[in-house]
Design a protein around this ligand. Structure first.
Ligand SMILES: [Zn+2]
Length: 236
């Protein structure tokens, strides 16, 4: 007995979502990842801010004379305009983390267009966009290209959302950092200022200079790197 054609639609949709997740979030296909491994430099980046935690992070960065990159969302910028202004005044790089903090696969195309379009610094480029949860699809890439945005991911996670002690997180993070690494932290968790302090100490000890993402000049994720990201992402 032949099944009616429409019964294949859920399967096709599921396949499309899985393919988008593998190519985008897991492999980072076509996105920017780390910088060149030939220079002893790294980028420290913060997602989800600004927040009430921003002044503490700014204090630690100032202590070490480090400029970082903050990927901010529109709702957070509206809720904490003074913190946003202090980020900009201190000379940190401020880039977009979305008009909404939503995974790309939950946004219909017209909302994803608006999601990628929003930027806290609309006039002067280049513009980086870090998709929430790192989730993006081939459609996101097309939208980003049409709007002159570059999708920027990371290669090392500080895992500051886990609720573990700062020393444990710092040791795990530093063990993965290499020249050219882009480190993902968050502007919000209680542990992050102490973690940042330990990371900056560790980076200094290893002779790795933190710079902004624009200064690091992140490169497109290669096929080999994409496969290694895929393995890590799905725990293979
Ligand atoms: Zn986020």
């Amino acid at each position: 007995m032949r099944l009616p054609r429409w019964t294949a639609i859920p399967g096709l949709l599921l396949g499309a979502v899985l393919l988008a997740d593998v190519l985008g979030r897991a492999m980072g296909w076509g996105a920017l990842g780390r910088g060149s491994p030939d220079a002893p430099r790294v980028a420290v980046t913060f997602d989800d801010g600004p927040s009430p935690r921003t002044p503490e992070l700014l204090g630690v960065l100032h202590e070490y004379g480090v400029r970082a990159t903050f990927f901010v969302t529109k709702p957070a910028c509206q809720a904490y305009p003074r913190e946003l202004a202090s980020l900009q005044a201190a000379g940190h790089q401020v880039e977009a983390h979305g008009r909404w903090h939503m995974h790309a696969l939950l946004l219909p195309p017209w909302r994803e267009w608006a999601q990628v379009r929003w930027h806290p610094r609309p006039t002067t480029g280049p513009h980086f966009y870090r998709p929430p949860y790192g989730g993006h699809s081939p459609l996101t890439r097309l939208i980003a290209r049409l709007q002159d945005r570059q999708i920027a991911l990371w290669d090392v996670e500080g895992r500051d959302w886990l609720g573990q002690p700062a020393a444990t997180l710092a040791a795990q993070t530093l063990a993965q950092v290499k020249p050219g690494s882009v480190i993902l932290l968050h502007d919000g968790p209680t542990v992050t200022p102490e973690l940042l302090n330990l990371l900056l100490q560790g980076l200094r000890h290893r002779g790795l200079q933190p710079v902004t993402l624009a200064e690091l000049r992140p490169q497109r994720i290669s096929c080999r790197e994409g496969l290694s990201r895929l393995r890590r992402s799905y725990g293979l």
